[in-house]
Design a protein around this ligand. Structure first.
Ligand code: HEC
Length: 712
C-alpha cells in the first residue's frame, strides 16, 4: 500500500513538472514575471533581428516630474489585463494604461490615510506590488513603510474591510513590543491562494520573521521565526539562549519565489544583528543567511541551507531564490537556484534541498579575530558553477589605469586580505566580493528553454574597520552620550565625522534642515534606506539630537541613561566606521576591471556560456581603455526572442544582448539610470518592454519616469 502511495506521489510530482513546462510565460502579472521569479518572457515579437528598431513609445512621470520628488526607484511593475501597476520614488502606487502610459488612478499613502497610526511622513524603498482577484474583487497588495494596504485595483481606493480601514500595521504580531520595532517590506509580498506573505527591511532591533496574512481580512495567519524560539529546530545553534527575544534582522528582504503547484515558498535571509561583530551572538545562528523552503500554507519549515555560517561580513542572501528545472542524468529535475553576494550560485533539488552540484565545506581563516568573536572554522563553497565574481584580490589585481597606483598599493598592503571570509578587524579588512555583491536584489534570470542562468554582478572592494563601542551608561553630559550613541547607531552609515560614507549622505548640516520634532520623526520612522530607531529611548534620542543638531543648551545637561545591570557588558561590542569603498582618488574602483559583469551559466553543466563587462565609463572608453563594466543593481530579463534586456548600470543605458553569445545588439539612453528590473508584456498583439528610471543611489541624475519600448 505504502509503495503504491509513493509511486502515486511520484506520478503527481511528474505531472506537476509537466504542468510547469507547459506554462508559456506570456504575462507579467507577478513581480519578476512569474512566481518562479525567473524573469523570463515567452514573447518573441522583438527578436535578435529586429531589436535595433525598438523605439520609445511612451513615458509616464510617476511624480509629475516634480524635482523635489525624484529619486531612486526600484519597482518592477506588473501588468494585468492591459493595466500597469507600479510605484513612484515617493511610494505612490499608480495604475496606467500599459499601451499608452495614460494614468488611470494613483494612490498616495502619505495623504490618503485617516488612521493616525499610519501617519507616514517618510517612507522606505519599494520594489513592486502584488495582484489578487476573486470574481469582481480585484486587489493590489502594496506596502509602504510598516503598513500593508489593500487597494482596489479598479478604483485605486482603499478596501475598508481589510485590516483597519484598508491597512495592516505590520509592527503588530511579531512577538515583541511594537513601539520598539521598525520594518518596511521593500520587496513585494508573495501571494499564495488567499494569503500574502512578507518579511522586509528591518532595524537592528526588529526580527525579520516571515509572515502570512489573510488577503481578505488582513489577519495574520502564520509566522515563521527566522530566529527560532525555544523548542523550535535551530534554537540550539545560538549560544545565547535568549537570542530569540532581542536579536534582530535575519530578515528576508530581497523577495521570494513560489512553487505554486507544490505550495512551497522559497526565501533567502540576511544575517542577524550586528552585521560585523558576532561576539554577542555566538554560534552558527540559524536561520541567518539561509535558503528556506517553507510550506506556503502553514509556514512550516521543509528544508533549509545555510550559505554563510555566523556571518560577520554582511553577506545577506541579497537576491530571491528562483525556481528552475534542470537536466540531471537525462531526467528533468525541479530545482532552486540561489545567487549570493559572495558571487556563488547554489543549486538545490526543490523539494529536499539536496545540492545538485557538490558543495565543499572548506576551512577559512579564523586566527586573530577581535576580542569575544568566535568565527566558523569552515564555510560552504559550491564546486560548480565557479563564482561569477573574483573571490580574492592580489597586488596584480589593483587598478593600474590611474596616477595614484603607488598609494593604492600601499593602502592595499595595509589591509587584512585572505579571501572571501577574512576576519573583520579594527585595522582594516578588505571585503571582496563586496557588501553589494556579487549578486544584488534584482537576482538572476533563467531561460526555461535552455536552463541558462543570467546574473549581473558587482566587483567592488570595500574596507571594513571595526571600532569598539563603549558602554552607554547614564553618566556625563548629553553631548558625551550623544557622541557615544552616534558611534553605535549612526556612524556605520554617516561616517565618523558625520560627513557620509559610501552611498550615505553627510548630515553635518542637519541642524539647518531639521527642527527637533522633524528629527525625532525621521529617527522613529526611518526613510528609504535609513532604518527607524524606535528602540532608542527618549533620553537617548535627545542625546543624539543634542549632538547631531548641535543643540548647545541641551549638550551641557546631565544624561540620565540606563543603569548597568550587574555583570552586564562583559563581552565587548563593536560597531564599524562605515560602508567605505576601496576607491582611487578620482573615484574609480581601486581594483582592476571588470567592475560589473553579466554572466550566462548553464545550470545543467555548471559551465559558463559567456561573461561580459556590463556598463561603461564613457571617458575611459574614449581613452581607448576596454569597456570596464560598472556597478549595477536590478535584474536582467530574458525573452523567447533570444534577448537579454538589462539596464541596472549607473551609465543610464538600457541594453539588449544576444542571449547565446553575449553580444550587445541595441542600446538606448534613459532619462535617468534604470536601477530596476524591466517588465515584458503584450497588449493587443504588441510587445512592450518597460523600465523604471529613478536614477541611482550613487548620485547622478534622478528621475521618476517609466519608459516603454516597442517596435514601430
Ligand atoms: C543603514 C544606514 C543608516 C543608518 C544606520 C543611519 N542612517 Fe541616517 N540616513 C541614511 C540614508 C540612506 C539617508 C537618506 C535617506 C533618503 O534617501 O532620503 C539618511 C538620512 C539621514 C538624515 C537626513 C539627511 C538630509 O539631508 O535630509 C539625518 C538627519 C540622519 N540620516 C540621521 C541619522 C542618525 C542620527 C542616525 C543614527 C541614530 C542615522 N541617521 C542612522 C542611512 C542611515
Amino acid at each position: 500500500m505504502y509503495k503504491y502511495l509513493l509511486s502515486f506521489l511520484a506520478y503527481l510530482l511528474l505531472f506537476s513538472c509537466k504542468e510547469n513546462q507547459r506554462q508559456d510565460y506570456t504575462t507579467w502579472r507577478v513581480y519578476g514575471g512569474s512566481p518562479e521569479n525567473i524573469k523570463y518572457s515567452g514573447l518573441s515579437q522583438v527578436d535578435t533581428n529586429n531589436v535595433t528598431q525598438l523605439r520609445q513609445v511612451w513615458t509616464y512621470h510617476s511624480e509629475g516630474n516634480d524635482s523635489a520628488r525624484l529619486g531612486p526607484m526600484q519597482s518592477n511593475p506588473i501588468i494585468v489585463d492591459g493595466i500597469l501597476f507600479g510605484v513612484s520614488p515617493r511610494l505612490k502606487l499608480f495604475a496606467i494604461d500599459a499601451a499608452t502610459g495614460q494614468e488611470k488612478w494613483s494612490f498616495d499613502p502619505a495623504d490618503s490615510l485617516t488612521n493616525p497610526r499610519w501617519t507616514l511622513k517618510s517612507v522606505n524603498m519599494n520594489r513592486g506590488v502584488a495582484y489578487w482577484e476573486e470574481g469582481e474583487d480585484k486587489r493590489i497588495i502594496f506596502t509602504a513603510g510598516p503598513v500593508a494596504y489593500a487597494v482596489n485595483a479598479v478604483t485605486g481606493k482603499l478596501i475598508s474591510g481589510f485590516g483597519e480601514q484598508g491597512g495592516v500595521d505590520l509592527k503588530q504580531g511579531l512577538g515583541r513590543d511594537p513601539k520598539a520595532l521598525s520594518l518596511s517590506p521593500t520587496s513585494p509580498v508573495m501571494i499564495y491562494k488567499n494569503l500574502f506573505i512578507l518579511s522586509g527591511l528591518v532595524s537592528d532591533a526588529t526580527p525579520g520573521h516571515i509572515r502570512a496574512f489573510d488577503i481578505k481580512t488582513g489577519k495574520q495567519q502564520w509566522i515563521f521565526h527566522t530566529i527560532p524560539y525555544p523548542g523550535e529546530p535551530g534554537y540550539e545553534t545560538w549560544e545565547d539562549t535568549t537570542a530569540y527575544r532581542h536579536i534582530g534582522s535575519t530578515n528576508s528582504w530581497s523577495g521570494f519565489s513560489l512553487d505554486e503547484q507544490r505550495g512551497i515558498l522559497f526565501a533567502g535571509t540576511g544575517n542577524p544583528t550586528n552585521d560585523f561583530y558576532g561576539g554577542k551572538r555566538l554560534g552558527d545562528g540559524l536561520y541567518g543567511n539561509c535558503v528556506l523552503a517553507l510550506d506556503a500554507l502553514t509556514g512550516k519549515l521543509i528544508w533549509h541551507y545555510q550559505t554563510v555560517k555566523h556571518d560577520v561580513w554582511d553577506m545577506d542572501i541579497s537576491s530571491p531564490p528562483v525556481c528552475v528545472t534542470v537536466t540531471r542524468d537525462g531526467k528533468r529535475v525541479d530545482a532552486v537556484a540561489q545567487t549570493t553576494k559572495t558571487g556563488m550560485v547554489f543549486l538545490f533539488e526543490r523539494t529536499t534541498g539536496k545540492p545538485l552540484f557538490p558543495i565543499e565545506e572548506r576551512p577559512v581563516p579564523v586566527n586573530d579575530p577581535v576580542p569575544g568573536e568566535k568565527l566558523s572554522p569552515t564555510q560552504p563553497f559550491p564546486v560548480l558553477p565557479k563564482p561569477f565574481v573574483r573571490q580574492q584580490i592580489t597586488e596584480n589585481d589593483l587598478n593600474r589605469l590611474v596616477a595614484d597606483s603607488a598609494e593604492i598599493r600601499q593602502r592595499f598592503l595595509s589591509l587584512r586580505n585572505e579571501g572571501v571570509f577574512t576576519p573583520p578587524t579594527t585595522g582594516g579588512t578588505l571585503i571582496i566580493p563586496g557588501y553589494d555583491g556579487g549578486a544584488e536584489w534584482g537576482g538572476p534570470a533563467v531561460d526555461p528553454a535552455t536552463d541558462v542562468l543570467y546574473v549581473n554582478g558587482n566587483e567592488m572592494a570595500w574596507i571594513l574597520n571595526l571600532v569598539e563601542n563603549k558602554p552607554n551608561y547614564g553618566t556625563g553630559t548629553k553631548l558625551e552620550a550623544g557622541i557615544r550613541l552616534y558611534h553605535q547607531h549612526c556612524m556605520g552609515c554617516h561616517g565618523p565625522q558625520r560627513n557620509g560614507s559610501g552611498d550615505y549622505p553627510s548630515i553635518k548640516d542637519a541642524k539647518d534642515h531639521y527642527t527637533t520634532a522633524a528629527f525625532y520623526e525621521l529617527l522613529s520612522t526611518g526613510r528609504r534606506m535609513m532604518p527607524g530607531f524606535n528602540h532608542l529611548s527618549k533620553e537617548e534620542m535627545n542625546a543624539v539630537a543634542s549632538y547631531v543638531l548641535d543643540l548647545k543648551a541641551e549638550q551641557l545637561q546631565r544624561y540620565r541613561g540606563r543603569i548597568p545591570e550587574a555583570g552586564a557588558d562583559t563581552i565587548p561590542s563593536y560597531g564599524f566606521t562605515g560602508y567605505n569603498k576601496f576607491l582611487t582618488r578620482e573615484g574609480y574602483p581601486a581594483i582592476s576591471p571588470p567592475w560589473g559583469t553579466l554572466s550566462a551559466i548553464d545550470l545543467n553543466s555548471g559551465e559558463y556560456l559567456w561573461k561580459i563587462p556590463l556598463g561603461e565609463f564613457e571617458e575611459l572608453t574614449q581613452k581607448g581603455i576596454p569597456i570596464t563594466g560598472r556597478e549595477n543593481y536590478g535584474a536582467p530579463v530574458i525573452t523567447a526572442g533570444g534577448l537579454v534586456f538589462i539596464a541596472a548600470t549607473s551609465d543610464q543605458k538600457f541594453r539588449a544582448i544576444n542571449k547565446t553569445n553575449g553580444r550587445i545588439l541595441w542600446e538606448a539612453d534613459l532619462p535617468a539610470s534604470g536601477v530596476a528590473t524591466p517588465s515584458v508584456y503584450e497588449v493587443n498583439g504588441k510587445q512592450y518592454i518597460v523600465i523604471g528610471c529613478g536614477g541611482s543611489k550613487w548620485g547622478g541624475k534622478r528621475g521618476d519616469s517609466y519608459v516603454a519600448f516597442a517596435l514601430p
